[in-house]
Design a protein around this ligand. Structure first.
Ligand SMILES: Nc1ncnc2c1ncn2[C@@H]1O[C@H](COP(=O)(O)OP(=O)(O)OP(=O)(O)O)[C@@H](O)[C@H]1O
Ligand SMILES: O=C(O)[C@H](O)COP(=O)(O)O
Length: 466
């Protein structure tokens, strides 16, 4: 089956089995881009392994087809080699999900090539004895962001990776929708070395088909007529169903944007705000808007270089943007950080409620008034998109905002025709038990938003002319 992306075809790996001659296969490599960038919690254990689980089908199919699978993933955003971001830290969770031994390849690519070569010979012997052992067939490159060529999208670096295999039947597979918005070597340049042999994996296929089904219309939409919205009544938590407030009952689209990847997500809000009725902001993204509006947010996280841009978006879409009105604030944060994500340990005594704008300390969650307002909007919505937690959900005392809103979205999805689509590694973890009640949860946050708004470079790289 082909998928048409901007009029060009993307092939998926389930096509391969129709053409392959199993007897002639000489163990080529399937270079498979996955996204094992899973959220890690306080005790250094994963908060969600959804991103690992989703590639299982792809990997098993490739192994059964006789490929040696070399998995390529990033983990966090390291700028150089850093043991805290080694994929070795999550190896046991990968092996646990797949029930197959995964070999981490040496960082030096020439040594990695030798390791694969030696193991290939072993597999040949085993195959001739009619004993096929997946345990020698699955490899994992170290965190691809340990190599400077990755984020530089360096063609030579991609070529070196492709040269781990000398077999002309080797293929490239992108099974990482959630990182397909990055112009990185393993996403955009590596497929160049596999002309007509670059495929989408089964997880990527599922993401595209389901997102098309549920929110495909948003991609094609130019902009939605701005409805007359009496914002004061919303802030007062009194939404009326008459012509002066909402034109169509339940014809309201809402996006909730939280989290802390402000540079990635902010540019995508600009156009999205033209298509949807409400932009509910939480998390550190909201902080950047608050600063732009001259509010005091204490020592809260924000991105100074995005302030002007936040202001531009605010001025353009003021009537639609809902910012928090009250917060849970942490004073004198006691940080015993894990280096991955911000899972700090905070003393309960330091957590306070703030209902005003002049905050001291660090915003950790939205407060009760904001939660009520957000819920009142959700109750009127017929489509809801959610990317990014509303607070530092990893810390139980700061998870109430995300939890309460997730609970209502889950209820509204079950009880009436609310289409709820959430996306993001942390978002899925933050939604917890409510995630399964959502219409669909994508593993992608930034990539999902870019999929709605723009072209994804990772999908362009998979397009075929044949
Ligand atoms: N007010 C806040 N201040 C600081 N960090 C916050 C705040 N609110 C949420 N966060 C943090 O944001 C992180 C998640 O943000 P992120 O933008 O990565 O979301 P995501 O859903 O995983 O998207 P993606 O899949 O694109 O990474 C969490 O670690 C959470 O603790
Ligand atoms: O968490 C994500 O959204 C993906 O793993 C991409 O990670 P990145 O934002 O560090 O590129």
């Amino acid at each position: 089956m082909y998928y048409l992306y901007n009029q060009k075809k993307i092939k998926f790996i389930d096509e391969i089995s129709k053409f392959i001659n199993y007897n002639s296969i000489n163990h080529p490599i399937a270079f498979t881009r996955v996204d094992f960038n899973i959220p890690i919690g306080e005790t250094n254990s994963p908060l969600s392994v959804a991103r690992i689980k989703q590639n299982k089908e792809t990997i098993l199919l490739l192994l059964k087809l006789g490929y040696i699978v070399v998995l390529i993933s990033h983990f966090g955003q390291p700028t150089s080699i850093n043991p805290d971001y080694s994929l070795k830290k999550i190896l046991k969770y990968i092996e646990n999900e797949y029930q197959i031994n995964v070999n981490i390849l040496p960082y030096e690519l020439d040594k990695a090539a030798k390791t694969i070569l030696i193991n290939t010979q072993n597999i040949k012997k085993q195959k001739s004895l009619q004993f096929y052992d997946f345990n020698n067939s699955l490899y994992l490159l170290e965190n691809i962001r340990f190599y400077s060529g990755e984020i530089e999208n360096n063609l030579n670096f991609a070529k070196k990776i492709s040269e781990l295999s000398q077999n002309e039947d080797s293929i490239y597979v992108n099974d990482a929708f959630s990182v397909s918005h990055r112009h990185h070597a393993s996403i955009c340049s590596l497929p160049i070395f596999f002309p007509n042999k670059s495929y989408g994996g089964l997880a990527l296929k599922q993401e595209l088909l389901l997102l098309d089904k549920y929110v495909g219309h948003l991609r094609n939409m130019e902009s939605k007529k701005i409805q007359y919205i009496n914002k004061t009544s919303i802030l007062d938590n009194k939404i009326k169903d008459n012509n002066n407030t909402f034109n169509d009952k339940f014809n309201i689209s809402v996006v909730i944007i939280g989290g802390k990847k402000i540079t990635t997500k902010l540019p995508l809000i600009k156009n999205l705000s033209q298509k949807l009725d409400y932009i509910i902001l939480g998390g550190a993204i909201a902080n950047t808007f608050s600063i732009a509006l001259g509010k005091k947010i204490g020592s809260s996280f924000y991105e100074p270089e995005m302030i002007d841009f936040a202001m531009e978006i605010y001025l353009k879409s003021k009537a639609k943007i809902i910012l928090p009105q009250d917060y849970i604030v942490v004073e004198n944060t006691v940080v015993e950080s894990t280096t991955i994500n911000t899972t700090d340990i905070i003393k309960k005594d330091y957590i306070h409620k703030f209902s005003e704008d002049n905050i001291s300390g660090e915003i950790g969650d939205i407060g009760e008034i904001t939660i009520k307002n957000v819920i009142s909007i959700i109750k009127k919505a017929n489509i809801l998109i959610w990317c990014g937690p509303l607070g530092r959900y990893e810390i139980p005392e700061l998870s109430n905002g995300t939890d309460s809103v997730a609970n209502i979205v889950a209820q509204e999805t079950s009880h009436r025709a609310l289409t709820s689509i959430a996306g993001g590694g942390d978002t899925i973890a933050a939604l917890g038990k409510y995630a399964e009640k959502f219409t669909y949860c994508s593993t992608a946050g930034g990539a999902f938003m870019m999929w709605i708004e723009d072209e994804l470079p990772g999908l362009i790289a998979l397009q075929n002319n044949d």
